[in-house]
Design a protein around this ligand. Structure first.
Ligand code: KIV
Ligand code: ZN
Length: 388
C-alpha cells in the first residue's frame, strides 16, 4: 500500500449501529455493506460478533456476501470475543480482527480495574490470539485521547511486536482538539521504535463537533487510515462522517497529499440508504449529503453560479452522486426513470419482482398526485419491503 493511499475504514455497521435507535437487521446490514463495496470502501467493520448471536450472524452474512472490501469484526481483548470474531469472518475473502482495550487512567482504574502492566499483557495476548485467525490484526487503545502518551508508546510498541499491523488511535469521548490530536499522532509515529511496521489509523467521536477536524489533522500528521461512518452516524454525537473526510481529502489534495479509492458518485446513494434504513434523517444543511448542500437561494449566489459554477461551488454535485439534471417523476414516467431514481436514492428493493410491484403502486400514486417526490418513493419502498 503506497503512503499516499488513505484507507477508508467504514464502521457504520458497528459504531454507527451503536447509535441509540439505529439497530439494523442482518438483511439491512448486507444491503448497506453491498453499497459500501460499490463505493469501494477499503475496510467494512461489520459488527461485534461476541455481542449477540444476531450480531455474529450479521457479520457472517456480510463476510460471505462481500468480495471486494476487507471485512472486519470487533473483539474485546478476550479470548472468547476473538474466537467469535474469527469464526464469523471465516467466509471472508479478506478479513481483519480489530481488538481493543482501554488505556486511559480512568478506564483502567474504574472500568477494567487493571494495572497498566496488566493492560499491556492483555493487549499482547489479544493480538497473539487474533493472529491465529488472520495476519490482518488491528489494535485500538480505547480512550487514547485521554491516555498518557508515554504509556501509549509502551502498549503500541508491544502490540506491534505481537503482530498488530494497524494501530488505531481512538478519541473515544471526543475530547481532543485538532492541533493536539495531530501532534499526538506525529509523536507516536516518531517515538515508537518499530512504528514503521504498522499503519496509523484514527477513530474520532464528535462530542465537541470536532471528529472530522481531528481526523484530518491526524492525516496531516501521517495517519493513513480514517475510521468513519456514513452521515456521521454513531455512538452519542456520532463518528467522523465518511463523506466529509473523503471530499475534504479529494477537494484539498494540495494540502493532504494523499487520496482514497472511493467512488464518490456513490456517496449520496449510500447516505440515502443509511438514512432510510435507520430512520435517521439527514439535516438539510449537512455538508455533502444534505438537501441544501448544493442549493443556491440568494440572488447574488444564483447569478454568480449561472455565470460561472466555481464562483460559489468548490465541488460538483454530480461528483458526490446528486443527479445533475433532476428528472421530475410523474404519471408519464416509465420504468427506466423510476428504476434510475431508486438507484440514485440508494433504494435497493432486492428483486425484479419487488421493483415491478413498486412500479405498479408508483403509477397508481402518480394518477392521484401531480409530482412524485423522493419522500414518496422512500415511503413506497418501505411499504414494499414491509409487505414481504
Ligand atoms: O470509540 C472507540 O474507542 C471505539 C473503539 C472500539 C475503537 O469504538
Ligand atoms: Zn467509537
Amino acid at each position: 500500500m503506497s503512503s499516499d493511499h488513505l484507507i477508508i475504514f467504514d464502521t457504520t455497521l458497528r459504531d454507527g449501529e451503536q447509535s441509540p435507535g439505529a439497530s439494523m437487521t442482518r438483511e439491512e446490514k448486507v444491503r448497506i455493506a453491498r453499497q459500501l463495496e460499490r463505493m469501494r470502501v477499503d475496510v467494512i467493520e461489520a459488527g461485534f460478533p461476541a455481542a449477540s448471536n444476531g450480531d455474529f450472524e450479521s457479520v457472517k452474512a456480510v463476510a460471505d456476501a462481500i468480495k471486494d472490501s476487507t471485512i472486519c469484526g470487533l473483539a474485546r481483548a478476550l479470548e472468547r470475543d476473538i474466537q467469535r470474531a474469527g469464526e464469523a469472518l471465516r467466509g471472508a475473502n479478506s478479513s481483519r480482527i480489530h481488538t481493543f482495550i482501554a488505556t486511559s487512567p480512568i478506564h483502567m482504574e474504574k472500568k477494567l480495574r487493571m494495572s497498566p502492566e496488566q493492560v499491556i499483557e492483555q493487549a499482547v495476548k489479544a493480538v497473539t490470539w487474533a493472529r491465529q485467525y488472520t495476519d490482518n490484526v488491528e489494535f485500538s487503545p480505547e480512550d487514547a485521547g485521554r491516555s498518557d502518551p508515554d504509556f501509549l508508546c509502551r502498549v503500541l510498541e508491544a502490540v506491534i511486536d505481537a503482530g498488530a499491523r494497524t494501530l488505531n488511535i481512538p478519541d473515544t469521548v471526543g475530547y481532543s482538539v485538532p492541533g493536539q490530536f495531530g501532534e499526538l499522532i506525529r509523536n507516536l509515529r516518531e517515538r515508537i521504535p518499530n512504528s514503521d511496521k504498522a499503519i496509523f489509523s484514527v477513530h474520532c467521536h464528535n462530542d465537541l463537533g470536532l471528529a472530522v477536524a481531528n481526523s484530518l489533522s491526524a492525516v496531516l500528521n501521517g495517519a493513513r487510515q480514517v475510521e468513519c461512518t456514513i452521515n456521521g452516524l454513531g455512538e452519542r454525537a456520532g463518528n467522523a462522517a465518511l463523506e466529509e473526510i473523503v471530499m475534504a481529502v479529494r477537494t484539498r489534495s494540495d494540502v493532504f497529499q494523499c487520496s482514497t479509492r472511493i467512488d464518490t458518485t456513490q456517496i449520496v446513494p449510500a447516505s440515502r440508504l443509511v438514512a432510510s434504513i435507520t430512520g435517521f434523517a439527514v439535516q438539510p444543511n449537512k455538508a455533502i449529503v444534505g438537501a441544501n448542500a448544493f442549493a443556491h437561494e440568494s440572488g447574488i449566489h444564483q447569478d454568480g453560479v449561472l455565470k460561472h459554477r466555481e464562483t460559489y461551488e468548490i465541488m460538483r454535485a454530480e461528483d458526490v452522486g446528486w443527479s445533475a439534471n433532476k428528472m421530475v417523476l410523474g404519471k408519464h414516467s416509465g420504468r427506466n426513470a423510476f428504476r434510475t431514481r431508486l438507484t440514485e436514492l440508494g433504494i435497493d428493493l432486492g428483486s425484479e419482482e419487488a421493483i415491478n410491484a413498486a412500479f405498479t403502486r408508483f403509477k397508481e400514486l402518480a394518477d392521484k398526485k401531480h409530482e412524485i417526490f423522493d419522500e414518496d418513493l422512500h415511503a413506497l419502498a418501505s411499504d414494499e419491503v414491509a409487505s414481504h
